[in-house]
Design a protein. Structure first.
Length: 91
C-alpha cells in the first residue's frame, strides 16, 4: 500500500492539477513500471494520503468522491517519499 501511495504522489508531482474519482484513478492514472493496481489498493493509499494531508477528497453526489492533490503540500512530497523509501529499505 505504501508503494501505491508513493506512485500516486509521484503522479501528482507530474500532474499537480489532476483530479479524479477512485475508479478514474485506477483506470486512467498510469504508474510507470508498475503492475495494474486494484481499487482496494488505490483506495487504501488514498485514505492514507488524505489523512497525511497530501490529497483532498470532495463528495461528488451521494456516494462518489473526487480526489486531487493539495497544492499547498506539493513541496513536502519528495521528503515524504524519501521517508517512505527509507522506512521500507528501498532507495
Amino acid at each position: 500500500m505504501l508503494r501505491v501511495a508513493e506512485e500516486i504522489l509521484e503522479y501528482l508531482l507530474l500532474h499537480p492539477q489532476a483530479k479524479d474519482t477512485l475508479h478514474g484513478i485506477v483506470r486512467w492514472w498510469r504508474f510507470a513500471g508498475s503492475p495494474e493496481r486494484t481499487s482496494r489498493d488505490v483506495e487504501t493509499a488514498l485514505q492514507l494520503l488524505v489523512a497525511e494531508g497530501f490529497v483532498k477528497e470532495r463528495a461528488l453526489g451521494a456516494s462518489d468522491k473526487i480526489y486531487g492533490g493539495d497544492l499547498r503540500r506539493t513541496q513536502d512530497i519528495p521528503s515524504w517519499i524519501d521517508r517512505l523509501r527509507s522506512q521500507s529499505g528501498r532507495t
